[in-house]
Design a protein around this ligand. Structure first.
Ligand SMILES: C[S@@+](CC[C@H](N)C(=O)[O-])C[C@H]1O[C@@H](n2cnc3c(N)ncnc32)[C@H](O)[C@@H]1O
Length: 251
């Protein structure tokens, strides 16, 4: 996990944690929780018995408690069951992230919070695919779709990025709240979410996405660009000089 993802979650807990002071146990769901190469995870931020932490991922592995039977909708998880839903560096890998956001809205308790962090830039990196990048208004769009309340959203500013060693990702993030509804209003909220995810609950949900494919248009475009902007010695030098300092690049 990126160091800055950990910082964002720690600060989130410092700032919003007191909202859950009355809860005996704070139930937390992390979406895309798998830890690769023994990397740090969010789990230690949510120790028992104060918290009950569950990690969900589409692949089994370290720090994964639930692999849902359906990648995009989670029949295993009841409505309104988590105080906090949290996710980092995962939405960009999710071909249909709005469906997952709708599921997050469903499983969050009324009044509960979601913190979603995803990059707004950066190189292609597949887990197992790499589909999207996010901007501040991405979150407003997702909230408008699902009925979640946008509490705050973020796109890493130039000022922070200059000093951040992980600046090539230009993370974007949202804190969203499930409205404090009950009775028929809550049913209507869930009914709307059901409509959003309905295509994925059917018999033939979208599944495989076509792999990256270059054809005659890409080849012709690259030939054109290489001819127009050949990699001359002076261009290579210019590029080398403009390279960010090593500290700004991924280890
Ligand atoms: C780049 S890893 C990030 C893991 C961890 N959150 C971190 O920050 O180190 C992305 C994770 O998202 C998971 N993932 C991809 N699509 C997903 C989906 N639709 N639902 C849940 N997890 C998904 C991948 O299996 C992978 O474990």
């Amino acid at each position: 996990m990126h160091e800055t993802s950990l910082v964002k979650a720690k600060v989130f807990l410092d700032v919003y944690g007191e909202e859950f002071a009355q809860s005996e146990i704070v139930r937390v769901l992390e979406i895309g929780s798998k830890s690769y190469d023994a990397q740090d995870t969010y789990k230690p931020l949510f120790p028992a018995p104060r918290f009950s932490y569950i990690g969900l991922d589409i692949e089994p592995g370290n720090n994964v408690d639930i692999v849902p039977s359906n990648t995009f909708i989670w029949p295993e998880i009841a409505d309104s069951s988590f105080d906090i839903c949290i996710s980092a560096s995962t939405f960009e890998h999710n071909p249909f992230f709005w469906v997952t956001f709708a599921e997050i809205a469903r499983v969050t308790k009324p009044g509960g919070l979601a913190l979603i962090i995803a990059p707004g830039a950066g190189h292609v990196h597949r887990y197992p695919v790499d589909c999207w990048r996010f901007y501040p208004d991405s979150w407003g769009a997702l909230c408008a779709l699902t009925g979640m309340e946008l509490v705050e959203c973020y796109f890493e500013t130039d000022k922070i990025a200059v000093a951040n060693p992980e600046n090539f990702w230009r993370d974007s993030a949202v804190v969203a709240r499930k409205p404090k509804l009950s009775g028929p209003e809550l049913d209507a909220f869930h009914g709307r979410l059901q409509k959003i995810v309905s295509l994925f609950a059917g018999e033939n949900p979208p599944s495989q996405i076509a792999p990256e494919r270059h054809g005659k248009w890409v080849e012709a475009y690259e030939r054109f660009m290489q001819k127009k902007y050949p990699m001359t010695f002076s261009r290579m030098l210019h590029k080398a000089i403009r390279k960010p300092a090593k500290i700004y690049r991924r280890a």
